[in-house]
Write a protein of this length. Sequence first.
Length: 75
Amino acid sequence: MLTTQIKRHRVLADMSQGELAERVGVRRETIGHLERGTYNPSLKLAWDIAKVFGVRIEELFSFDGFEGSLEREGE
């Protein structure tokens, strides 16, 4: 499951979803879906959002349970 810290960073930056969307070239609804974890961003979009906040992509996105699924495949 995708977990994001976008909302936390956006609120700390005093930025609306619309403002962030405009800066990275997507619709406001896309930012809402990202914040809820119901949309997986492209690498380019993840990179662009991270650049807006001056953080690494790993600080914004994590995939819970991802490592466990890889380990089971290799068994």
